[in-house]
Design a binder for this molecule. Structure first.
Ligand SMILES: Nc1ncnc2c1ncn2[C@@H]1O[C@H](COP(=O)(O)OP(=O)(O)OP(=O)(O)O)[C@@H](O)[C@H]1O
Ligand SMILES: Nc1ncnc2c1ncn2[C@@H]1O[C@H](COP(=O)(O)OP(=O)(O)OP(=O)(O)O)[C@@H](O)[C@H]1O
Ligand SMILES: [Mg+2]
Ligand SMILES: [Mg+2]
Lengths: 165, 161, 161, 165
């Protein structure tokens, strides 16, 4: 399986429809403070089914919808889709390419899609189980996890291990 | 469930130690269950000692040493069930020049099997990347992504050609 | 005691806002007591909005924006009763190039009255310093301090001449 | 008042007697990860009377004594002294130069000196009161204070304000 593309529209600071293409090897994401880089890693976690608003720095899921700026009005929904190639059939589904989608609305509710068909969160979770893909798979590593995993409040470290198992 | 956790735990421990010894070019680290008879509830103890230094509590390690130790453990967990990709968000911020080099070499070792997405401000990390995306906010509060620049489009100091 | 806290609080708030507007070149920030009738117990609310962005909870700010906001507040508290010196330990780690420049300019504004000791890995910060001390561990685990190099002893890229 | 010099001997990784001279303006302290830079800022906090081992990353005060390395034996005491010029008499004491000293022993107890005369902790605290010098004066700012002061656990922020008042 390989990441192919990530699309964001109305998710956090990505008010306009935006696409990131992925390639083999190491991709650097650069830019000034506050320009939206960590919002991209939030989007990846989120589209894979992250259920805790705090994991994407929010208090409620609807805070991930573009809230407007001094020059722009807020919007009513935030959407992210992640496209992966599936030639190795790592995802147990008969498609060469799989697109996982998620949209959140102002009431805080999310809708999920697999290849543009509506599905439930658990379908996304089941699809990703044991593939290493999925919100808890440690595939997004950020600096605040450093203090958490070395915490001398050992329940913090314990919790991180349990997520991985 | 207990068996699975134990298996996973041994793998995590082995991966952790290997990654640690690579990033620290030696030294020693360990991971163990405070209470092996109660794996599902037990605290997980961690210990790390950079090369030539006497073993000490984790809190006394420096900022950069803690970052590398945590990265060894997080990566150790990741390697048990590796995803096709791994996003690293500014984990290189506390690292000095030589540790950035070791961090880069770690990524290069695994990049054949893993697409790494590295969010960074560090010129050396940027230089080592195969692809670069720039994120900007020309309009305040609105992000967009400006094009891909391959490594050979950068001049020596890491600035756009 | 209450009076002193209120006085101090207003000063901290004013310093915080001034420092914030300098580091963010605009934007707005505020600090207030959740419960003004109970100053000794009340939570202290903080709010920050970079230029052009809509006001939001602090947790949604970026790593660098949080660092500058916190620095504005910590420095705002410091300025109420300034010490002859101020030690800053790697506070510039999450900052991009332009924010490092603004951080440096803030130090230069106050350095006539305050000796700043800045622990840093950043070449631009090092270049802006008047004096440089290097700390090394030639013998593993044992620190020593190697000499002072003045700014004019560095070559253009910040490396020792 | 100006900082003149800091001396460390047996404090954390500074096994040997070491001196840092201070100057006007901005002094950068540089070096590889783990070489001892933050130990210097710990030393400054500590000699000014810091009472919490956690503020210098330890569990007990005696952990600040050089614990040995692979090539060196541990030592039995750790000492720091800070010399300041006092021509402006900011410190209410009739000396042009004031040296504050502190030594910790294996039993965890500390001894304090002002100009090499033994004194108590409260003498150091009283001397520094209202000068902006002193362990709680926000004159040492480190990156873990960033998350603490912005914490949404508002007691953390509250605690930091109270320290400053
Ligand atoms: N729902 C939202 N609507 C609009 N803007 C948002 C929303 N959520 C977050 N933002 C904005 O996105 C910006 C943060 O972006 P992000 O954390 O991705 O920055 P970054 O590029 O990682 O910066 P740094 O280098 O400092 O870490 C903040 O300024 C924040 O105000
Ligand atoms: N009591 C002690 N005895 C011996 N060594 C100690 C003691 N306390 C701390 N150290 C060592 O000092 C080192 C940490 O130093 P310090 O935190 O000053 O590093 P640093 O220069 O700030 O590095 P970084 O750039 O990574 O922040 C650690 O390797 C630690 O093992
Ligand atoms: Mg970020
Ligand atoms: Mg340090």
């Amino acid at each position: 399986m390989k990441l192919k593309a990530l699309r964001l529209h109305g998710f956090k600071s990505f008010a306009d429809a935006t696409e990131v293409q992925f390639h083999d090897g190491i991709t650097a994401v650069v830019g000034p403070n506050g320009c939206g880089k960590s919002n991209i890693s939030d989007a990846i976690r989120w589209v894979l089914g992250e259920q805790r608003p705090s994991a994407i720095r929010g208090g409620k899921m609807e805070e991930a919808i573009f809230q407007g700026s001094l020059g722009r009005r807020p919007v009513n929904r935030g959407a992210v889709s992640l496209t992966v190639s599936n030639e190795d059939r790592l995802l147990p589904i008969a498609f060469q390419e799989v697109e996982l989608g998620r949209t959140v609305y102002r009431d805080g509710g999310s809708e999920y899609t697999i290849n543009r068909s509506a599905c439930r969160l658990r379908d996304v979770v089941d699809l990703c189980r044991d593939t290493g893909l999925g919100a808890n798979a440690y595939s997004v590593i950020e600096s605040r996890m450093i203090d958490a995993i070395l915490s001398d409040r050992a329940e913090e470290r314990r919790a991180m291990f349990e997520e991985a198992s | 469930a207990t068996g699975l956790f134990f298996d996973t735990f041994d793998q995590i421990r082995a991966n952790f130690q290997q990654t640690f010894e690579r990033l620290f070019q030696g030294g020693e680290a360990d991971l163990w269950l405070a209470d092996p008879d109660d794996p599902l509830e037990s605290q997980i103890e961690i210990h790390a000692s950079p090369r030539g230094k006497k073993t000490q509590r984790i809190d006394l390690l420096s900022g950069g040493e803690r970052a590398l130790t945590a990265l060894s453990l997080l990566f150790g967990i990741y390697l048990v069930k590796p995803s096709p990709f791994c996003v690293l968000d500014e984990v290189d911020a506390p690292l000095d020049e030589s540790n950035i080099e070791r961090f880069i070499r770690l990524l290069q070792e695994f990049k054949a099997d893993t697409q790494f997405v590295v969010i960074t401000h560090n010129p050396r990390t940027i230089e080592a990347a195969d692809w670069i995306y720039g994120v900007t906010m020309e309009e305040p509060g609105v992000s967009n992504i400006v094009g891909v620049r391959l490594e050979d489009a950068l001049d020596v100091s890491g600035n756009a050609a």
